[in-house]
Structure formats: structure tokens, C-alpha cells
Design a protein around this ligand. Structure first.
Ligand SMILES: Nc1ncnc2c1ncn2[C@@H]1O[C@H](COP(=O)(O)OP(=O)(O)OP(=O)(O)O)[C@@H](O)[C@H]1O
Ligand SMILES: [Mg+2]
Length: 475
């Protein structure tokens, strides 16, 4: 049955076949060190996969173990989340806890996390379904293109016929043979399919997607309602159509999308998406330490604690209403992260602490880590600068001595002023490259290979690093 087949596909969407080892390997390509954190997220992901294989009655009792990542600023917490998002085949969203306020205050309410997660899920499922009906949609789109290119006889005055309408005035009788419409259509179809008409311009009627209401409610707790309201309004109002001049190639894209939408059962997509979000959804709660409060106090802290209390039921398992239906949050995996510079995990409200049983610590980065971060990841900083300057025809060579020197200086500045982790490398490198970046377009042919060694680094940076007054401002 088609229906059960679709269910399988949804299951496939939420499942990451990668083993923990493979996930860690993938993360290793972008993030240096932090093995504990990589390991625990990879195990958590694998546990999702394992629980999906369990018999129903057991699976319902297996609740994901949420993770709390602790590490000072700039050591890779958010980076792990970002890479993970690209890696997992499950609905994944990353939110900053600081964005939320207690219900009743101005700001986003916590339930919007789940609404956003379902939205992501819907997008994934819809994409999958679109893929399924792709061929059929393409066929339908071709037919509609033909309708435009070879209009019905009674519509032959249609300006769209410009291209082939002329044929009727006997200029080019070859293009539309006299036998009648179908053979003309066949002829055009052949040319269309062989890609000969891609650049022709036609006029296409498209629905005007502009939603005048967008943004009215954003940022308020009415947001969810705003969404529904918008949908209601746009479903009541007749679709505004607008004529656009587009190439056949562009028109095909638009029409294929329209046709795919017609072929997809949105209700079924919503149902599948809710299930996918419930079973496989992952929420990354960044900056959780910023809503932790030290000791009991008053003022803005009250609202922060309020946010924690609002987060609690969602993490614990509750039902959130979304426009795609109610969503149970029991099996959603939460990964929280925070620097916990001033507040400690124990400053979170106790109930919330208990919901994050797995704690992983990310280590402060040292010189060796910085050296690797500069050079090893797939798009490491040094590689980025090299590629950028390459576009100007300038070749940048970094000697090992320079890398080691930059790493050393980054460490020193972090120790002397504030430890901002790998972000220090960004500020240092930017300063280091300033002259070259500025002069690159004007460099003469024989200057276009720049070798950067420890001397060059010292030249540009040592003074600033030595004076803590200066480095506080510049680096
Ligand atoms: N271990 C690492 N390997 C590679 N790059 C890293 C590593 N740690 C940090 N970076 C780089 O440093 C920058 C900041 O890292 P990230 O955003 O992950 O910090 P964070 O731990 O989330 O800090 P914060 O607590 O301030 O949010 C990013 O550009 C990231 O690529
Ligand atoms: Mg971060």
C-alpha cells in the first residue's frame, strides 16, 4: 500500500545510520579536540536509532538522555551544534535560551521552540514527498508549458503565442505543421524536451506569494497565533495572480513546484511531520547558562528563572499545540550548552538540572589546539584567507614558524586578558592580514607571493600583544 510505503520513508528520515565512530569522524573534520563532547552527542544519536528498533511497548519507556555541554566561551560548543545539524537526518533546531522570556513578558515564548521544530520537520517531509512525485510533477509541468507555448486555437491571439503564433501566419510553416494542433504540440514538445527552447521568454501567471501580514506578530507571544491567522486569511482570500515574463527554464521550475504541491497531500505531510518531530527531533539549547541565576534575587533574574520554569515542561515532556497538530515533547532530544562562567550548572533550578543527566566538559584550548584549528579543519581559517587572496592572484604561504607563533600569541592574549578561546584567532589573524588585505589588488607581479613567517607575525603583532592596554582594545 502506498500509505505504508510513505510511513517507511518517514522512518528513514528520522534515522541516522551512522555509527558513533562515523559521526565523530565527521565532526573531526571541522572541530579540533573536544572528544568527550563529540562522543556523547554521537552516542545520543545512536541511541535514537537503537530505540527505534525496539518493540513498541519497550520503546515508549526509553526516554532520551539529554546532554549538557559545559565549556568556556569560544571552545566549540555552538560549532558542534552547527555541524551536527548538517549531519543528522532529523529535524534539528538550535535556539538561544536568551531569546526567550517568561510567558506574559515581551519576547518569544518557549513553546515556539517546538513550533519551529515542527516547521523544520514539515519542510523535511515535504521535500521528501516532493522528491517522490518529482517525475509526475515534471510531466505535468511539461504539459502546462505546452499549453502556453501552443495555445488552444481559440486562444491563438494570446500574446504568449508570440513565439509560435507567427507560425500560423505562414512565415515559418515548418514549425507548426498544418495537420492541426496535436502534431504542432508534439513537435514543440520534442523541441522542449530536447532543451532547445530553454531560453525562450514566455509569460506565466503566478500566484502572488507576498504576505502583507508577515512580521506583524513576530517577536511576540502572539506569534504562533499570527501564523494561524495568516494561514486563515490567505486561505480565505482569493489567490492574487500576477503575470511574469520568464524563460522556459525558469517557468518549468515554477510549474514543477506548483504541480508537486498539487500532488502532495499536505494533511498527510503534517501528520508525518509531527510524528517525525516527536520521535526524532533534536533541540539544541544554546546559552543556557545565561538564564541561570546565582542565588535568589529580584529584578530581571525573576524572569530568567521564569524562563527555566517554562522550559521545564517542554524538556520533561508535555504537549505543545502547533498549527500542524499537538506535539508531544517526551522523546525529543535536548542538548543544552553554556559557558557557565559566572553561573554554575547547579544555579539552574533543580528540576531542570535533573533533566540533563549527561554532562560533558569542553576543554579550554591550548597552543597545540590553536595550531590545529588554524590549519586542519576543512575550511580552516588559514585556508580561508589563502582562498580569499587567491581571488586577487596573491599566493599566501604560511610557514610553520608563523602558525606556531600565532598560536602562542593567541594563548598569551587569552591568558592576559579574557579567555575567548578560538575566537582570539579571528581577531589576531584579521590584524595580521590587514596590510596584505588592503594592498592585495595593487601588488606588482613579483610581489604576489607573500611568505609569512614568525618574523612577519612578530612584526605585525608582537607590539600589540606585549602591551596589555593595546591588546585589550585591538585583539
Ligand atoms: N575546537 C574547535 N575546533 C575548531 N574550531 C573551533 C573550535 N572551537 C572553537 N572554534 C571556532 O571558534 C569560533 C567560536 O566557536 P563557538 O561558536 O563554537 O564557541 P562557543 O563554545 O559556542 O562559545 P560561546 O560560549 O561564546 O557561545 C567558531 O568560529 C569556531 O569555528
Ligand atoms: Mg555558542
Amino acid at each position: 500500500m502506498a500509505r505504508t510505503k510513505k510511513k517507511d520513508i518517514t522512518a528513514e528520515l528520522g534515522l541516522n545510520e551512522q555509527t558513533p565512530r562515523e559521526i565523530v569522524e565527521e565532526l573531526d573534520k571541522h572541530i579540533v579536540g573536544q572528544n568527550d563532547a563529540k562522543r556523547s552527542v554521537s552516542i545520543a544519536l545512536r541511541n535514537r536509532w537503537r530505540s527505534r528498533k525496539l518493540p513498541d511497548e519497550m520503546r515508549d519507556d526509553v526516554i532520551p538522555k539529554n546532554i549538557l555541554m559545559i565549556g568556556s566561551t569560544g571552545v566549540g560548543k555552538t560549532e558542534i551544534a552547527r555541524r551536527l545539524a548538517k549531519l543528522v537526518k532529523a529535524p534539528f533546531i538550535k535556539v538561544e535560551a536568551t531569546k526567550f522570556t517568561e510567558v506574559g513578558y515581551v519576547g518569544r515564548d518557549v513553546e515556539s521552540i517546538i513550533r519551529d521544530l515542527v516547521q523544520t520537520s514539515v519542510r523535511m517531509v515535504r521535500q521528501q514527498r516532493t522528491e517522490e512525485v518529482k517525475e509526475k510533477a515534471a510531466e505535468n509541468a511539461t504539459e502546462r508549458l505546452l499549453d502556453i507555448l501552443v495555445p488552444e486555437p481559440k486562444r491563438s491571439t494570446n500574446p504568449l503565442g508570440k513565439l509560435f503564433g507567427n507560425a500560423e501566419s505562414a512565415d515559418e510553416p515548418k514549425q507548426v505543421p498544418a495537420e492541426g494542433k496535436t502534431s504542432g504540440r508534439d513537435f514543440v514538445k520534442k523541441r522542449l524536451l530536447s532543451g532547445k527552447l530553454e531560453d525562450e521568454v514566455i509569460e506565466l501567471e503566478v500566484a502572488d506569494h507576498a504576505k502583507p501580514m508577515v512580521g506583524m506578530f513576530s517577536g511576540s507571544s502572539l506569534e504562533g497565533m499570527g501564523d494561524n491567522l495568516q494561514d486563515m486569511i490567505s486561505s480565505v482570500m482569493p489567490k492574487r495572480m500576477r503575470k511574469r515574463k520568464v524563460t522556459v527554464a525558469a517557468a518549468r521550475k515554477i510549474l514543477e513546484q506548483e504541480e508537486a504541491e498539487k500532488l502532495i497531500d499536505m494533511e498527510e505531510v503534517a501528520e508525518a511531520a509531527v510524528e517525525l518531530a516527536e520521535r526524532s527531533g533534536i533541540v539544541f539549547l544554546d546559552e543556557i547558562d545565561k538564564v541561570a541565576v546565582k542565588g535568589s534575587s529580584s529584578g530581571p533574574d525573576v524572569s530568567r528563572e521564569g524562563v527555566q520554569r517554562d522550559i521545564l515542561p517542554i524538556v520533561e515532556g508535555s504537549t505543545v499545540m502547533t498549527k500542524y497538530g499537538p506535539v508531544k515533547t517526551d522523546y525529543i532530544l535536548f542538548i543544552a550548552a553554556g559557558a557557565f562562567h559566572t553561573a554554575k550548572p547547579s544555579d539552574l533550578i533543580p528540576e531542570l538540572q535533573g533533566r540533563f543527566p549527561i554532562r560533558v566538559e569542553l576543554k579550554s584550548l591550548r597552543k597545540e589546539d590553536f595550531e590545529k584549528i588554524l590549519t586542519e579543519p576543512q575550511n580552516a581559517l588559514i585556508k580561508q584567507y589563502q582562498a580569499l587572496l587567491e581571488t586577487e592572484g596573491v599566493q599566501l604561504v604560511f610557514e610553520d614558524s608563523a602558525i606556531s607563533r600565532i598560536a602562542r600569541l593567541a594563548c598569551d592574549v587569552n591568558d592576559d586578558t579574557e579567555d575567548i578561546g578560538a575566537r582570539r584567532l579571528h581577531t589576531l589573524l584579521e590584524k595580521l592580514m590587514e596590510d596584505i588585505s588592503f594592498n592585495a589588488p595593487d601588488m606588482k607581479e613579483d610581489e604576489r607571493k607573500v611568505i609569512i613567517d614568525d618574523k612577519y607575525v612578530d612584526d605585525k603583532l608582537a607590539e600589540i600583544v606585549k602591551s596589555s592596554d593595546l591588546s585589550q582594545f585591538i585583539l
